[in-house]
Design a protein around this ligand. Structure first.
Ligand code: BGC
Length: 465
């Protein structure tokens, strides 16, 4: 049968949109802190390093949260894990808004990070298990789309509260508390809507709950699709082997390597250095505050718009083609930025530099952003999916923390230009990695990929029939 879009039940899209709300919270939490930093500095009298700690504390929590997620997902299911993350998001956001001191704020943001770790683990996993093979990439990319929308919403909400502060309605202390506390609203919304979602049929199958699995499949698939998918899911769910043995399994270690590498490549592309520090980088190059804001908002908007295109391209061109395209665009933009920063950002160079940053964002949003989360939810066999995704999600957050912690110092010690040279080299190495290790999984069922993994098929051919 031709797996075209209209052959899927509308409920699949609704479920995906709701689960992707976790991405929205991810994005809001990444984006919101930048606007709050100035007020925090004034109100709590924080030093630069304290501001860095406030920013990165959430990442520490995310690493820990991602580590614990496998356990929650295995024992209590994907839906339950998303609910837990929603509760922590609400508590963490209200806690941040009420934090009386620097220390409390850091602790509360570590707790908030736990939610981020759990959500970034569970939502793509849930989406991958609910989605029909033909549009799986697209539905998981909805999660990435929501991350980008969340980042923009955070910028806009920060801008709104900054405005209220500038016209005297809020004090500096109230402004940052509102910025951080406002995240509780979408988090509460997520909690309520996720309550109505069904469990993942692949998780219920793992738990041996066959009737429930069938019931869920009947809700989310057309009648003629249920039987075959049920049989395939059962087959992989019954492949019982203790984790210890699984870890001695070469083929499995290979896919774990693939997932970890892809997430590290995503982070070391430098996207978050641009997201977190673009205003600072351009500020040092002589841009004023307004220009900085303008660049930041445009970056957010381009990120969203490009991700929308990627939703189509991921099923049309496939995962590999997008990653190649991404690596090429990242190389062109970072090497141009290296040259421009080296020769000074005056006159046309300044416009060229901003254009290059936009090309960089397009390169990331068309490929590394959506494709990496997609691939990482696809390549692990069911029995070890939680463990595999734990490894890759932890790699994502560790990479994110390293970039947040060190990019500014690298720029300081080796120059901004040197930093972009580094990113350009990473883009070339990534291209080589994709060429030799990255499989094409477009339109292939999770069970087919799994069979290939167990047959010790080379990584490059994991998606082949
Ligand atoms: C990455 C985040 C990044 C975001 C930007 C995600 O895929 O994992 O680290 O901030 O994309 O859009």
């Amino acid at each position: 049968m031709n797996p075209r879009i209209h052959t899927h039940k509308p409920i699949v899209y609704i479920i995906s949109l709701i689960a992707a709300l976790a991405g929205l919270l991810f994005g809001i939490d990444i984006g919101v802190i930048s606007g709050a930093l100035n007020y925090l500095q004034v109100d709590l009298n924080l030093s630069t390093s304290q501001l860095e700690t406030v920013t990165s504390s959430i990442l520490v929590g995310a690493v820990i949260g991602a580590m614990g997620s496998g356990w929650i997902n295995r024992h209590y299911g994907r839906r339950f894990a998303i609910l837990v993350s929603a509760v922590i998001f609400v508590i963490g956001s209200i806690g941040s808004a009420m934090a009386a001191s620097y220390n409390t704020l850091v602790i509360v943001r570590i707790i908030l990070g736990l939610a981020l770790g759990v959500a970034s683990f569970s939502a793509p996993l849930y989406l991958s298990e609910m989605a029909p093979a033909a549009i799986r990439g697209r539905l998981i990319s909805c999660y990435q789309l929501m991350i980008t929308v969340g980042i923009v919403l955070a910028y806009l909400s920060d801008t709104g509260f900054t405005h209220l502060q500038s016209i005297g309605i809020l004090s500096a202390a109230q402004a940052w508390r509102w910025m951080l506390g406002a995240v509780a609203f979408p988090a509460a919304l997520m909690f309520i809507v996720v309550l109505f979602l069904p469990s993942s049929p692949r998780w219920t199958a793992l738990k041996g709950r066959d009737e429930e699995t069938l019931h869920i499949l009947k809700r989310i698939r057309h009648a003629h699709q249920v039987e075959q998918e049920f049989t395939e899911i059962k087959e992989s769910a019954t492949l019982a082997m203790p984790l210890r043995d699984l870890l001695r399994n070469q083929s499995l270690l290979k896919v774990i390597f693939l997932g970890v590498m892809l997430q590290l490549i995503q982070q070391f592309s430098g996207m978050n250095a641009i997201l977190y520090y673009a205003p600072i980088i351009f500020g040092q190059a002589g841009f004023n505050q307004t220009d900085g804001m303008w660049v930041t908002v445009s970056i957010g908007a381009i990120n969203v718009i490009t991700t929308i295109f990627s939703l189509y391209l991921i099923e049309y061109l496939g995962r590999r083609a997008l990653m190649y395209l991404g690596a090429i665009l990242l190389f062109i933009s970072t090497s141009t930025l290296a040259i421009l920063f080296n020769s000074g950002l005056t006159g046309t160079n300044a416009m060229l530099a901003i254009t290059s940053v936009f090309v960089f964002i397009i390169g990331f949003a068309i490929s590394y952003g959506p494709v990496v989360w997609t691939l990482c939810s696809e390549v692990y066999p069911l029995r070890v999916r939680e463990f595999g995704i734990t490894c890759s999600t932890v790699a994502n957050w560790v990479g994110n923390s390293l970039i947040a912690a060190f990019s500014l110092s690298i720029m300081k010690n080796f120059s901004v230009s040197g930093f972009f040279v580094m990113l350009a080299i990473i883009a070339i190495l990534s291209f080589v990695f994709f060429r030799f290790f990255m499989p094409e999984t477009k339109g292939v069922s999770l069970e087919r990929i799994e069979k290939n993994v167990w047959a010790n098929t080379p990584l490059l051919k994991l998606g082949e029939a």
